[in-house]
Design a protein around this ligand. Structure first.
Ligand SMILES: [Zn+2]
Length: 341
């Protein structure tokens, strides 16, 4: 079985974006709408957007199940206030839940949180609880920078975040550390801000003792971990100077990397530098990079090809495709076992 731990509903019906535009246009006058009930999307519309996009490509490329969350760049936590984000997150999560109900063999949800800059992250807990208890979601996306590229929040090691971590530990769900759109023109959203955030999140964990407080807390750092695997020597050296334990003991019981790296040399480096037990298969399809690589003739984000060609054993490949995801997402494992998978 091949589990893709990183997929977003980037192909949701146009009505969703139209509703959001109206919400944003009325930030100062929310009484002018739109109401949640004004967004009407039928099951047939959902089916159509999935069958002709993500599911079609999953079947072509040979992956079976995607952990599916709302479109990351659309989270845009910097827009409006907590109520803006709460309404928007509830809508987006419900759509992912409906997709998981329509295609239970192929999609299972991960939650977007209703974060808002300067607002206590504990305010996100009711939405998270609903997603886990009512929707059967198995993970969440945690935005370390809800300001959208201005980094006004304290680091992930700050006690501000602890209420979320306590809930994650209670539910045994991991967080993918995932920023949203950059509203800082110095940072391109998917080319700079995402990778900056991946690297920054790792370093915030490295300099802290977060995982002493939460030994079972689990983070998935997407996009191959940003600059982390490439600069593993720098991180090991910095940890050494700070008198931290070896990174394998300090961070690798808690931090995992996905395989959203869009060329063979990058995957080769990732699987050589990072223990395979810490690497989870993912493609982030359909996402930031949608074209075909003229050097290979294949889609950049067809990451399964790179894993197939990587110099790893069959057992290691199985861990990356399935075994690690079952371990990092225990609720996913339980949901699969309930179906005798
Ligand atoms: Zn993503």
């Amino acid at each position: 079985m091949i589990i893709d731990c990183h997929g977003h509903y980037t192909t949701a019906p146009q009505a969703l974006e139209d509703w959001r535009k109206r919400q944003v246009a009325n930030l100062a006058t929310p009484e002018l709408g739109p109401k949640v009930s004004e967004l009407q999307i039928s099951d047939d519309e959902l089916r159509e957007t999935i069958e002709s996009n993500q599911l079609k490509l999953m079947k072509q490329r040979g992956s079976d199940l995607t952990i599916f969350s709302p479109r990351a760049s659309f989270m845009a936590h910097h827009i409006g206030d907590f109520n803006t984000s709460a309404t928007w997150a509830a809508i987006c999560n419900e759509l992912c839940f409906r997709v998981s109900e329509l295609f239970p063999e192929h999609f299972i949800g991960a939650a977007m949180l209703p974060q808002s800059p300067g607002v206590d992250p504990a305010s996100c807990i009711p939405e998270l609880e609903k997603c886990v208890k009512d929707y059967g979601f198995v993970g969440l996306n945690l935005n370390p920078d809800p300001s959208g590229g201005h980094w006004t929040s304290p680091p992930l090691s700050d006690k501000q975040w602890y209420p979320i971590y306590e809930k994650m530990v209670e539910y045994d769900i991991p967080a993918m550390i995932h920023v949203s759109t950059s509203c800082n023109c110095a940072f391109h959203t998917t080319g700079a801000h995402y990778l900056n955030a991946d690297t920054t999140a790792f370093m915030q964990c490295l300099t802290s003792d977060l995982f002493k407080d939460f030994p079972t807390l689990k983070f998935v750092i997407p996009h191959g971990g940003g600059a982390v695997p490439y600069h593993w020597g720098r991180f090991r050296g910095l940890a050494q100077e700070m008198k931290k334990p070896l990174l394998k003991d300090h961070l690798l019981n808690n931090i995992f990397f996905d395989t959203c790296v869009y060329h063979q040399p990058g995957i080769d480096l990732l699987t050589r530098v990072i223990p395979v037990e810490n690497v989870l298969f993912a493609s982030e399809m359909i996402g930031a990079v949608r074209g075909i690589d003229p050097e290979t003739g294949h889609y950049y984000d067809d990451t399964k090809r790179y894993i197939e060609a990587a110099n790893i054993s069959a057992e290691e490949r199985h861990l990356i495709y399935e075994g690690n995801a079952r371990r990092v997402y225990p609720r996913l494992d339980a949901a699969l076992k309930a179906k005798d998978k």
